[in-house]
Design a protein around this ligand. Structure first.
Ligand code: ZN
Length: 160
């Protein structure tokens, strides 16, 4: 899994050409961004991003310009291991349109408590800074994509 650093304003990615670290601002995740050094176009994150702190998570879901798919998981959970490769496919196939993040509910216990996550794996979709859909249990990548598409469509019909 590729590693991304998240800071208080965005996702920090190294340029594949010159190695310079560039920040993809949360509020501009759907846009194409060029490296500040060599102007090479930077690819949007194409793999899940493991959240390291609940503050990072809160800032990301509040500010992200594209829907955020959250995979709540824990290391001891067998079905979560089945979901992991599926969620990686979703991230790869929807790079730039969706951001996929993983929340280890054993490490970031306060997130699970705040959102009332009672079983894992649970998948949730955040759009416009709030949770718009949630589903529990393991499922294949294409079903996850359908779930996310339905959630996003529902979000668009509802006034903010
Ligand atoms: Zn560069």
């Amino acid at each position: 899994m590729a590693t991304f650093d998240v800071d208080d304003r965005g996702i920090v990615v190294p340029c594949p050409t010159c190695g310079r670290k560039n920040r993809l601002a949360f509020g501009r995740l759907g846009e194409s961004v060029r490296c500040g050094e060599c102007k090479h176009e930077l690819s949007p994150p194409a793999s899940p991003i493991e959240m390291r702190s609940s503050a990072d998570f809160d800032r990301l879901v509040a500010a992200s310009s594209i829907p955020v798919v959250v995979d709540y998981w824990a290391p001891w959970c067998g079905p979560c291991r089945m979901v992991a490769p599926e969620i990686e496919k979703v991230a790869a196939r929807n790079a730039g349109r969706l951001l996929v993040v993983k929340v280890n509910t054993d490490a970031l216990t306060d997130i699970g408590e705040r959102f009332g996550i009672r079983s894992i794996p649970t998948l949730a979709v955040f759009a416009g800074g709030r949770e718009v859909a949630r589903t529990a249990g393991a499922r294949p990548a294409n079903e996850i994509e359908t779930f996310v598409a339905n959630a996003a469509a529902q979000q668009e019909r509802q006034p903010r």
